[in-house]
Design a protein around this ligand. Structure first.
Ligand code: SAM
Ligand code: SF4
Ligand code: F3S
Length: 456
């Protein structure tokens, strides 16, 4: 091999990034990658041979936090007889445990909170100069986005994310997010549009707008306060963009201007993830969710009037402190009434530092029993909805070819995953797929030869 090439290869440092948690962490990992590349690092998928290991973490439940320490334990074993990679822990565990983490796991070189990612190039340089145990966990969201706006978003997926809102001011009594992500902050419409155009130039056809409370988006532009509805309407005008989604929404912020978008914005998909958490007003109050079951149902009703085929998904917490059999039945009733297309359900997990952590938990056996009942019900509804699609033609945005299979992957307007026969040239296009089979999570089908009219 050419000596110069050999030397360059040695000089070329690489990084490996692993992501836990929500879609906002996924977006952040991509942006961290964009940042690290600016100082000459190259992304690798080879964990056996990396110069820098970045673990982007989630603090939402205890299990998610413990996974971080297990992961670093495994990494240590792998590198026992090799040069140690730089280890950065980013994300919500880094923010919440910062100094403590550095003490508990000495293999970590730096902890970097979600509002401090702009410092990562500087941190890597410091570590390369033999400085260790660095703690970057300040909340400086303005500086973060000011810096990130200067760096192009290199994501080139058909379906991509843009964070438009960070943080949370809701303070639900069970949740760590307001403490790990800080106060609500909304990015300007201009920077969102610039980033959207970058993604579209890279081939993106669908954008999901992200925020811990995305529908609380509020940006003061001169005399006008811009809301999520303004972002959706502006993005809709970009011709090459086919689909728009947003997540996660809080029922309290489901305002009429946003609901109205479903009347005329055809690019806005008929699907809404609207976490209810519980169907009991007593528990919703204890959770500090700021809405009632009736208010939640009213939103669903309003939206179904405007967009009759709209589908809803939700998150549920089962076995919250004080949850009685009657409270649980109210949740079951809500699920039956709304018929969610899919949902996440979790047993309540006590998180240190949250107000609910001072309450007495209910018996774990009861929590588990209730979770099984709820999950069985949610599964039945989901399967039934999927079954109803068999024989129908659906508009599918083709995202990618599956690895090691001659099949393609895409989603329905209602976000259901679909696996089907198609061609390489279909990637990035919306094509009509005839649904032939289903399981709990997915639909299966093939591209139709003749153009038939599609219902959805
Ligand atoms: N902002 C979103 C909302 O208000 O609905 C939720 C964001 S949170 C990152 C995702 C989900 O994690 C929540 O909807 C909730 O169901 C679940 N979660 C949060 N804290 C939890 C806890 N202490 N125990 C169990 N599940 C929890
Ligand atoms: Fe957590 Fe509640 Fe904020 Fe959602 S709204 S991130 S559940 S505190
Ligand atoms: Fe987890 Fe933080 Fe997201 S706690 S769910 S990574 S906001």
């Amino acid at each position: 091999m050419d000596q110069k090439l050999k030397k360059n290869r040695k000089l070329q440092k690489n990084f490996f990034i692993k992501t836990f948690g929500c879609q906002m962490n996924e977006y952040d990992s991509n942006r961290i990658a964009d940042l690290v590349k600016t100082i000459g690092y190259k992304k690798t998928d080879n964990l056996e041979n990396t110069d820098c290991y970045i673990l982007n973490t989630c603090h939402i439940r205890e299990k998610a936090t413990e996974k971080v320490y297990h992961d670093i334990g495994r990494l240590k074993k792998k590198y026992r007889n090799k040069k140690k990679p730089i280890v950065l822990v980013t994300g919500c565990v880094a923010q919440a445990e910062n100094e403590e983490m550095l003490k508990r796991e000495t293999y970590i070189d730096a902890v970097v909170g979600p509002q401090s990612y702009q410092n990562i190039p500087k941190i890597l340089k410091k570590i390369n100069d033999n400085k260790r145990k660095l703690n970057f966990t300040d909340f400086d969201v303005i500086e973060k986005f000011d810096k990130l706006n200067l760096i192009k978003n290199h994501e080139s997926k058909i379906s991509s994310f843009i964070t438009i809102q960070e943080g949370c001011d809701k303070f639900c009594n069970f949740c760590v997010v307001p403490y790990t992500r800080g106060a609500e902050y909304s990015r300007s419409l201009d920077e969102i549009l610039i980033e959207a155009r970058e993604l579209i130039l890279n081939g993106t056809k669908e954008i999901t707008l992200l925020g811990q409370n995305v529908n609380a988006y509020s940006y003061n532009k001169g005399k006008k306060i811009l809301r999520l509805s303004d972002i959706i309407r502006s993005l809709s005008k970009i011709e090459e963009l086919e689909r728009i989604r947003y997540t996660t929404s809080h029922p309290k912020d489901m305002t009429d201007d946003l609901i109205d978008c479903y009347k005329d914005e055809k690019k806005l998909m008929p699907f809404l993830h609207l976490p209810a958490q519980s169907g009991s007003n007593t528990i919703l109050k204890k959770m500090n969710r700021k809405y009632t079951k009736e208010e939640y149902l009213l939103i669903v009703e309003k939206m179904r009037k405007i967009s009759p085929n709209i589908q809803f998904s939700s998150d549920f917490i089962v076995g919250y402190p004080g949850e009685t059999e009657k409270d649980f039945k109210d949740t079951v009733d809500l699920v039956k009434r709304v018929e969610f297309i899919n949902s996440f359900s979790f047993i309540y997990n006590k998180r240190p530092g949250t107000p609910a952590s001072n309450s007495v938990s209910i018996e774990n056996k009861v929590q588990k029993e209730r979770l099984i009942i709820l999950q069985n019900l949610l599964e039945d509804i989901q399967k039934n909805k999927n079954k109803k699609n068999v024989g129908k033609l659906k508009n599918i945005l083709v995202e990618n070819k599956l690895k090691n299979q001659n099949k393609y992957f895409g989603r329905t307007p209602e976000l259901t995953p679909v696996i089907f026969d198609a061609n390489e040239q279909d990637i990035g296009k919306i094509i009509k797929i005839e649904i032939k089979d289903f399981n709990q999570n997915s639909l299966f089908g093939s591209k139709i030869k003749i153009n038939k009219e599609v219902a959805a």
